[in-house]
Design a protein around this ligand. Structure first.
Ligand code: UDP
Length: 405
């Protein structure tokens, strides 16, 4: 049985989801850590201390816990966290020294944790695998106007050189990473994330609607953090073009209704398009309440310019929703066009409107897609993800990397 050190420096896996810095990566770390923990391994997830209110050590599941490490300001903006990485690394070293825990593997998440992982892997002499979740060059090539500090791309390249393996969520991301950073594909391992089918599963639609106060209209649903890369403006444009606009509503879950300028901008766009009564922005929703939204809806939309994976599309499928998504991230692999939804090749409203009208007008097509979507999602579990991580670790050890195994 092994001891894993996960690094999640910039964002806490126990944080509230759906706002600026907490989303799919937090869910991934939490789920994989708990899966490994319930299989007899032990996982310490190191994150920076982000509030004086949270306990230093927080159990998240059997044999899995979050360790908050003091490193710079609690409320330092994400753009400044690069300056505090070394303090974080030193804090993790001190924790290890004090507790005398022998870690077998470091699994770092996001480039800032990757930096820390390099120092720790040297110090502890253990293998280091990393998952970027998103990289600067992929983001910038996905959408005009995306900006990232120049050093980020360079540091990401250095991390790729230094680690033992890079974990990505899709075969497409593997090709992209290799192409944009000049890394051999043999160093990049595709390990598919999963969905918690205990939480996300089909349930009574009218009960879900009643609980949320929704009427009998068709409901198109979008869920996720609010940022330009998510392309919510595209779906607003599509709503304005729908044939069935009179009996259809768009519900947008995610973001901070009080403080998020990007969300305020989208609300203004909806107003300008005459959609104020048709679009509801509900803000971030705790994950345990999301199944109600998925089950109340008819179709899930993901108009993103970029997704590393896009867990929400899989959660929607697990609840029996057809997915209409741009050809990005996970959906380009797990949405089967014409069977579980549709993939759109353009970042513009018209094809979304066309597909939405088509599925809304065809109850039998909708029913077939709903069934196939649930079936497909049921095969993608976090247990598989954790077992693939273990497989990768074993292969590194048998190829000569250390670790007690
Ligand atoms: N999520 C949530 N509440 C919200 C919005 C999102 O709990 O209001 C969760 C959602 O269930 C999903 C994750 O946040 O598991 C978002 O992951 P995804 O991979 O779709 O997007 P990312 O954040 O990685 O861009």
């Amino acid at each position: 049985m092994s001891n894993f050190a996960f690094l999640s420096y910039h964002t806490c896996p126990a944080a509230e989801l759906g706002r600026e810095t907490a989303g799919g990566m937090n869910v991934y770390i939490n789920q994989v850590a708990r899966e490994l923990g319930s299989n007899g391994h032990s996982v310490d997830v190191f994150t920076r201390s982000h509030s004086s209110d949270v306990p230093k050590i927080e159990e998240i599941g059997p044999c899995s816990r979050v360790i908050h490490i003091d490193s710079g300001l609690h409320d330092a903006p994400k753009s400044e966290l690069y300056d505090y990485v070394d303090q974080f690394t030193e804090g993790v070293k001190r924790f290890q020294n004090t507790t005398k825990t022998e870690y077998d593997l470091i699994y770092s998440h996001y480039w800032l944790s990757g930096i820390s992982g390099i120092g720790l892997a040297e110090d502890w002499d253990v293998p280091h695998i990393t998952m970027f979740h998103t990289t600067a060059r992929m983001k910038m090539s996905a959408r005009i106007g995306e900006r990232e500090p120049e050093h980020r791309g360079i540091v990401e390249g250095d991390i790729m050189e230094a680690v033992d393996a890079i974990v990505v969520a899709t075969a497409h991301e593997r090709r992209e990473v290799s192409h944009l950073y000049g890394i051999s594909q043999s160093k990049v391992q595709v390990i598919t994330p999963g969905v918690d089918v205990g939480l996300f599963r089909p349930a009574d639609r009218s009960k879900a609607r009643k609980a949320l106060g929704f009427g009998e209209e068709n409901i198109i649903l979008s869920v996720g953090r609010i940022e330009p890369l998510k392309g919510i403006d595209i779906i607003l444009g599509a709503m304005a073009l729908l044939d069935r606009i009179r009996d259809t509503r768009l519900v947008v879950v995610g973001g901070d209704l009080q403080h998020d300028p990007a969300l305020k901008q989208l609300q203004a766009t909806a107003q300008e398009l005459g959609l104020a009564d048709i679009v509801a922005f509900v803000g971030a929703v705790p994950q345990v309440e999301l199944p109600l939204y998925y089950n109340a809806a008819d179709i899930f939309v993901m108009p993103s310019y970029f997704e590393s994976f896009g867990l929400v599309a899989l959660e929607a499928m697990a609840c029996g929703l057809p997915v209409i998504a741009t050809r990005v991230g996970g959906p380009r692999e797990f949405v089967k066009a014409g069977e579980t939804g549709y993939l759109i090749d353009w970042h513009c409203p018209e094809p979304f409107a066309q597909r939405l009208d088509m599925v809304l007008a065809n109850p039998s097509l909708h029913a077939r897609m709903a069934e196939a979507a649930t079936q497909q999602a049921s095969q993608m579990t976090w247990a598989n993800t954790a077992s693939d991580i273990l497989g990768l670790y074993s292969s590194l050890v048998s190829n000569g990397r250390h670790g007690s195994g």
